[in-house]
Design a protein around this ligand. Structure first.
Ligand code: HEC
Length: 145
């Protein structure tokens, strides 16, 4: 009796471990949004998207982001290719369709492994400029759609 009490949980545990191993491998989804606090996501962008703001954002993007996201935002920068990173294409208008400026701000400010955050290196308004730039990369959908 006492033996069974010991053996049964072990057997069940092994069974669970085996079935877990056999589960199909699902590739990780590219979704840095799950951990963003609701307050941060709701934050309004105080910097109007203007040609000036976009030009300032583009400067930062070339310096700090293009090695992964590529200058045009397609996600095929040199570092991304050599690290085999999966990055969504910013030129696709669907990429940020369901996301707020606040969410983009949070990701750029805080990063998301393996993406480094800007942290305190740049000013708040400069992060908003980058948000405006990133949004400006989306190409309008083809007229046939
Ligand atoms: C080391 C490579 C790297 C650098 C540098 C980098 N990123 Fe990223 N970025 C990634 C990866 C990888 C992801 C998607 C994976 C993840 O975050 O889970 C990502 C995701 C994002 C997202 C969310 C994309 C989506 O699919 O919704 C935004 C916005 C973003 N990056 C902007 C920037 C900006 C702006 C900079 C520069 C300030 C930057 N990144 C610098 C690698 C990088």
């Amino acid at each position: 009796m006492s033996k069974l009490v010991l053996v049964l949980p072990v057997a069940l545990f092994c069974l669970a471990a085996i079935s877990a191993q056999q589960a199909p491998v699902v590739p990780p989804k590219v979704t840095p949004y799950a951990d963003i606090p609701a307050d941060a996501a709701k934050q309004q962008n105080p910097v109007k998207s203007s040609p000036d703001s976009i030009a300032r954002g583009q400067k930062w993007f070339k310096l700090d982001c293009a090695m992964c996201h590529d200058e045009n935002g397609d996600g095929k920068g040199d570092v991304a290719v050599s690290m085999k990173l999966t990055i969504n294409d910013f030129t696709n208008p669907d990429t940020f369709k369901d996301h707020t400026d606040g969410e983009l701000f949070y990701i750029i400010k805080n990063g998301h492994m393996p993406m480094p955050g800007e942290g305190d290196r740049i000013k708040t308004d400069q992060v908003w400029d980058i948000v405006n730039y990133v949004r400006s990369l989306a190409k309008p959908k083809a007229a046939s759609n």
